[in-house]
Design a protein around this ligand. Structure first.
Ligand code: HEC
Ligand SMILES: [Cu+2]
Length: 336
């Protein structure tokens, strides 16, 4: 198959928790390194004592004839080896508690002077729905899919993004390694987390909880943009779909198919909510949750038979005839 899958190892493919780009990811890396250092220290101490005593007792003459002192039930030793690990565990608990405190969400209390963005994230088998509900205190009703856009913060203004995580079907998990830890999306429950970054660029992630056959292709893309660019994007997304008279005939073909029962195109009679919102499909770089590039060829292949692209996905194959297929692709191509 020749459709263009986004290349693994491309410059934006950075999924390292050791290269954090947000305060919470930084706190998590700090905890990881500190706990790692403490455990390495204990390991070296224990192994060091073991090796030294091995070498010493081998060097000692008549080692076989002298039995070492037999200690049983010594109170000081018992107390020491109970107290020392307890202390270690206690210190680890304190460190973890501090990190939990640092990464926890306080959605209704954004820091003073900040410009908070609120998004409801809904996990579906096997794509992401994003409902932008408010930005800088203004209510929004923007719905999009698979590509999350957010403004970056700068030295003077924090721009925290608060996510309300829900699921339409099974458990999923939202994980952008460079922007924070995983948080699960659980049916009939809302979890919260927050993102914040100063780093412009695409931050990649992945559904991190097995959710069915196409779990591995439920990819996450976060576009962190300068506020002006983000606001431009947001304003465009808020508009209803463009009506291009040049594709009047193609549009009619689309609306005669069953696509409308699963997809919404705002401003039209297409109001299905089972699949991704297509109102501004052309503003997305990828199709099928970050799996393939959004090109006319890929779009055509997808609509003709999504099952050859993403086997098991919940959009059926339509195998439209050549002519209506081209029409549908042409119409969708106008949804800027
Ligand atoms: C039974 C419901 C259903 C019908 C009918 C349906 N789709 Fe879909 N569609 C889906 C689902 C579910 C997805 C998400 C698949 C995934 O990524 O796993 C999807 C994804 C898409 C996407 C990719 C969107 C994106 O941003 O990744 C396009 C484009 C699309 N459908 C177009 C169409 C067209 C055109 C038709 C009619 C010929 C159609 N769909 C009919 C359910 C449906
Ligand atoms: Cu998932």
């Amino acid at each position: 198959m020749t459709y263009s899958v986004l290349a693994v190892g491309s410059p934006t493919q950075n999924l390292s928790i050791l290269d954090p780009a947000s305060p919470s990811a930084e706190a998590i890396r700090g905890l990881f390194l500190l706990v790692g250092a403490i455990l390495t220290g204990i390991f070296l101490l224990v192994e060091g004592v073991l090796i030294v005593s091995l070498i010493q007792s081998r060097r000692r003459k008549q080692a076989v004839e002298i039995e070492p002192p037999q200690v049983y039930g010594s109170k000081p030793i018992e107390i020491a080896w109970t107290a020392a690990p307890t202390m270690v565990v206690f210190v680890l608990i304190l460190l973890v508690a501090r990190t939990i405190w640092e990464v926890r969400v306080d959605p209704y209390n954004p820091p003073p002077g900040s410009e908070p963005l609120y998004i409801t994230v809904i996990g579906h088998q096997w794509w992401w729905e994003y409902r932008y509900t408010s930005y800088k205190g203004k209510e929004l009703s923007v719905i999009t899919a698979n590509e999350l856009h957010m403004p970056v913060s700068d030295a003077t203004t924090p721009r925290p993004v608060y996510l309300d995580l829900q699921s339409a079907d099974v458990c999923h998990s939202f994980w952008i390694p460079r922007l924070g830890g995983k948080t699960d999306l659980i049916p009939a429950r809302a979890n919260t987390m927050w993102l914040q970054t100063n780093e412009v660029g695409v931050h990649l992630g992945q559904c991190a909880e097995y959710c069915g056959t196409q779990h591995a292709n439920m990819l996450l893309r976060v576009y962190a943009e300068p506020p002006a660019d983000f606001e431009k994007w947001l304003a465009a997304e808020a508009k209803p779909a463009v009506e291009d008279v040049a594709v009047k005939v193609d549009r009619a073909v689309f609306f005669s198919e069953s696509c409308v029962s699963c997809h919404t195109i705002r401003g039209t009679t297409a109001k299905g909510i089972f699949g991704p919102d297509l109102t501004h499909l052309m503003s997305r770089e990828t199709l099928a949750s970050g799996m393939i590039k959004n090109t006319p060829e890929n779009l055509e292949r997808w609509i003709n038979d999504p099952q050859t692209v993403k086997p098991g996905c919940l959009m059926p194959a339509f195998k439209l005839d050549e002519k209506p297929l081209k029409s549908v692709v042409r119409y969708l191509g106008t949804l800027k």
